[in-house]
Design a protein around this ligand. Sequence first.
Ligand SMILES: NC(=O)c1ccc[n+]([C@@H]2O[C@H](COP(=O)([O-])OP(=O)(O)OC[C@H]3O[C@@H](n4cnc5c(N)ncnc54)[C@H](OP(=O)(O)O)[C@@H]3O)[C@@H](O)[C@H]2O)c1
Length: 245
Amino acid sequence: MTDRPLDGKVALVTGAGRGIGRAIALGFADAGASVCCAARTQAQVEATAEAIRARHGRAMAYSVDVADNGAVPGMVAATVKMFGRLDIVVVNAGVNGARGNVSDTDPDAWRTTIEVNLIGAYYCAHAAVAALRQSGGGKIIMIGSGIGHRGTAGNSAYACSKAGLWMLTRVLAQELAADRISVNELIPGPVETELLPADPAGRAFMGASEWLKQPEDIVPLALFLATQPAVGPSAQSFSLMRRDK
Ligand SMILES: NC(=O)c1ccc[n+]([C@@H]2O[C@H](COP(=O)([O-])OP(=O)(O)OC[C@H]3O[C@@H](n4cnc5c(N)ncnc54)[C@H](OP(=O)(O)O)[C@@H]3O)[C@@H](O)[C@H]2O)c1
């Protein structure tokens, strides 16, 4: 593989303002892709795009709430308008804002978690498929969670949202196979970002032997998924965890 395996490709990364999404956006740009960096906070996506340009990459920033279906198609259209095509979508924007046992959680925060992590992912895929087809195929990479496979007490909304995302991954993969569009889940495992609880009690779910990563540690697996052949893996879950999901 060359050191720029994504030369000529166009990637859209949601949640690219910080954390894992920012690292993937930078990694994909370093690999040659033109990248649309999307999230709600304009200053953060501008900063990611600027960092890419400072490394001589091609990037644009787009401010969007992925839970707003009226706004999501504009993100895809702006990417295609700027770079001429779309090849890779990283569905990464996510929140975990409803921690606590079911009996204690705020119903509005619970709903918002589902709206961003699951319904937002659906909106992004729904809006992107036509552009991917237009490119003759592509990759959708869903950033999932081990919690969506095994469940964790005190994380019901997040667990349900990510369990739904994994099912969306498998269904979409079946629907898009004939279009040469692969859909896979990437499970990062715990990563030092704003999403991970800072206090030790909030990290108790991790397990003593778990690999606590930096956002950059996720990039090699994201690049692997983005560079597989059209006949390569789809409907699969790839995990960087040290235990069974
Ligand atoms: N950190 C971990 O340990 C871990 C483990 C497993 C999976 N993940 C998953 O990895 C993904 C990235 O999380 P992270 O850890 O990098 O968290 P993060 O540092 O908090 O970054 C989340 C990104 O998503 C964006 N975002 C949140 N809500 C959004 C919305 N409604 N519309 C558009 N963008 C939105 C945020 O920007 P704005 O707030 O400006 O919109 C930010 O850019 C998430 O899907 C998360 O579930 C993380």
